[in-house]
Design a protein around this ligand. Structure first.
Ligand SMILES: *Cc1c(COP(=O)(O)O)cnc(C)c1O
Length: 370
């Protein structure tokens, strides 16, 4: 990794939230509702490249109403967490993978790349400035969620890649993603909508993918489900992923299967990590295509014993029910409502223990931020 080219000037704000109010905000932060005192900003222009990199007071951005992002959606983002370890140090998980993905997303959206080193340096600069906002990493699964993003800030209505781009990182103390504790989520199978098509932006982490998934998510809620699952856009047959999480299927013989990467699935860092951790747990892992019939029939017959979704924000979340227009099937031990299957549970704990520094990081997956 080449060294960071940008140095982030720190402009500490004098009106940071007082200690008592900050501590109160950290008690039950929920997800994505409260934010730290500072943010990272950097500007890119065709003439100057990246410049004006800084950590500054968090606050509203000033955008011209013609800023291209507001019209054409030229925007990408990442989602990561900073974890406090028992010795009070603060770490993040595999940031070089997020950085590489951010660069790939940038290429797909015709945005400028930020180097891996500059990306990681921006996280270090923000988290060391707002270090007091990193919750204590106890069993409550709290962390500081980091949201790096980049968007077309040039004031211009013509359709072409923007000549001025803004990079920003905000941070938000986070408790468990799903309020109400870890209980199985129900999934609605979208028949009307797809998330990503071959040649499209499915493998890029861009806001537009999320915008396009919301109508399907509304249908899921209207049908009494928590989340929506998408099938492939060509045959409407192969299971891809949820709107913002990858999927795993646990079979009775201990095999764990996840849809193979096809260019229309987002390559989750959590997904990639679980593939390695599951093998360590003695499970056989397969990356292959999974048809919706395999899911439906396997769940009905009991051949599929557990299904879980995974991503940085929600970590590992059990799936208890799959529903579609005219039917539904329960997954696994549905007498045990609110339960987590044994394989899902052990993968979840293995991952969390590693991230929170409760087990040795034998792979060098953690990077210290503070
Ligand atoms: C971010 C994201 C994921 C999960 O990726 P992680 O790197 O594990 O957080 C899965 N699917 C989509 C569509 C995503 O945007």
């Amino acid at each position: 990794m080449s060294p960071a080219a940008l140095s982030f000037t720190v402009e500490p704000r004098s009106d940071a939230l007082p200690d008592d109010l900050r501590e109160a905000a950290l008690v039950d932060p929920g997800f994505g509702k409260t934010f730290t005192d500072h943010m990272v900003l950097a500007t890119w222009t065709t003439d100057e490249g990246w410049h004006d990199a800084k950590v500054t007071a968090r606050g509203p951005l000033s955008l011209d109403p013609s800023a291209a992002v507001l019209h054409y959606g030229q925007e990408i983002f990442e989602g990561m967490k900073a974890y406090r370890h028992p010795d009070n140090s603060v770490w993040t998980f595999r940031p070089e993978i997020n950085a590489a993905r951010f660069a790939r997303s940038a290429r797909r959206l015709a945005l400028p790349e930020l180097s891996v080193a500059d990306f990681i340096e921006s996280l270090r600069a923000l988290v060391s400035t707002d270090e007091k906002w990193v919750p204590s990493g106890d069993a409550e699964e709290t962390s500081l969620y980091l949201r790096p993003f980049m968007f077309a800030s040039e004031a211009f209505l013509g359709v072409r890649p923007a000549a001025e781009v803004t990079y920003c990182v905000i941070a938000s103390p986070a408790g468990p993603y799903f309020a109400g504790g870890l209980k199985p989520v129900s999934i609605w199978l979208s028949a009307d909508y797809t998330r990503a098509a071959p040649g499209g932006t499915g493998a890029a982490k861009c806001g537009g993918n999320y915008a396009a998934s919301l109508a399907a998510q509304v249908q899921a809620r209207a049908n009494g489900c928590d989340q929506v699952a998408f099938l492939d856009a060509v045959e409407h047959r192969w299971v891809e992923e949820l709107g913002g999480m990858n999927l795993f299927f646990v079979h009775g013989d201990g095999t764990v299967v996840t849809p193979e990467l096809t260019g229309t699935i987002l390559e989750g860092v959590t997904r990639a990590s679980i593939i390695e951790l599951a093998a360590d747990l003695g499970l056989k892992v397969e990356e292959r295509r999974i048809s919706i019939d395999e899911w439906r029939d396997g769940a009905a017959s009991g051949e599929i014993t557990e299904v879980f979704a995974c991503g940085t924000a929600a970590v590992v979340t059990p799936v208890g029910r799959l529903a579609w227009q005219g039917g539904e099937v329960m997954i696994g031990d549905h007498d045990n409502d609110g339960g987590v299957g044994p394989v899902t549970g052990s993968i979840r704990h293995t991952l969390l223990d590693l991230q929170y520094g409760r087990t040795a990081d034998t792979r060098g997956w953690l990077t210290r931020l503070v």
